[in-house]
Design a protein around this ligand. Structure first.
Ligand code: DGL
Length: 263
């Protein structure tokens, strides 16, 4: 293993930055390649077949190009549909991001938890299975929102995001039968932790649970015997669509990424 071999983060857009951040906190000199599949954004409104066709093939090309030591698929939609296909296709460790139902079910006092994800994620059997395994003692309600994903992208692109817009997009989660008394919400899309402040202001007093810290510990564990550069070499962001506008480039630099490319 070469010290300069990167960790490759993959998402449809900027959501994976919410996973990159805790990983960088544990591994501050790790070389980073952050890939946003912006040409196919958003994933959450696509079909299972589209995601299952696209993601393993694209990751295969990215592995050839960047020779990463490990991949983090920082996207619940891609993972709940295609994680097994990706692992079968690639010969390197792949860390997935799936809804953090287990910690939410452990933390809830009321026994009512919400899952806020994309439309594609919340309908996956993978999520049914997680709920059955870890939250069978809870009432679990779900809502998928493409609007919240767009709002997170807008925020990172420098736009002002109103708390009222976030509230309106997430409200159907709380209006469902059985949702009364909900005290924990799983942020089952990596874009949503980027809106944690707005969500907290819109719906005060709830616990918002995401998998970022657990994924960071997993990456640290899997790379525990590997060498790292003495200093952070700077991160690379790769967009499959056009280069984003200046405010997003500024936001990326706050995550340690200044080298922006397209493929
Ligand atoms: N960030 C992604 C997720 O975790 C997908 C958002 C999208 O492209 O719809 O599900």
């Amino acid at each position: 293993m070469k010290a300069d071999a990167p960790i490759l983060f993959f998402d449809s857009g900027v959501g994976g930055l919410s996973v990159l951040e805790p990983v960088r906190a544990l591994l501050p000199t790790a070389p980073i390649v952050y890939v946003a599949d912006s040409a196919a954004y958003p994933y959450g409104t696509k079909t299972e077949a589209e995601i299952a066709m696209r993601v393993p093939a694209l990751l295969g090309r990215l592995v050839e190009r960047f020779q990463p030591r490990l991949i983090v698929i920082a996207c619940n939609t891609a993972c709940t549909i295609a994680l097994d296909h990706v692992r079968a296709a690639l010969d390197l460790p792949v860390v997935g991001t799936v809804p953090a139902i287990k910690p939410a079910a452990e933390a809830t006092k009321s026994g009512v938890i919400g899952i806020l994800g994309t439309e594609a994620t919340i309908r996956q059997p993978y999520v049914d299975d997680l709920a059955a395994r870890f939250a069978s003692h809870c009432t679990v309600v779900r809502h998928g929102s493409a609007r919240l994903v767009d709002l997170a992208e807008a925020k990172l692109a420098g736009e002002t995001v109103a708390v009222e817009d976030v509230r309106r997009a997430a409200l159907p989660l709380f209006e469902q039968a059985g949702a009364g008394g909900m005290d924990s919400v799983v942020l089952a899309c990596t874009h949503f932790p980027l809106l944690r402040d707005e969500l907290g202001a819109a719906f005060p007093g709830l616990a918002w649970v995401d998998g970022g810290a657990g994924i960071a510990r997993r990456v640290q564990h899997l790379t525990r015997d590997q060498p790292w550069p003495a200093q952070y070499p700077g991160g690379v962001a790769v967009f499959t669509g056009r280069i984003p506008f200046a405010p997003l480039l500024t936001a990326l630099s706050a995550y340690g990424i200044a080298d922006i490319r397209t493929i």
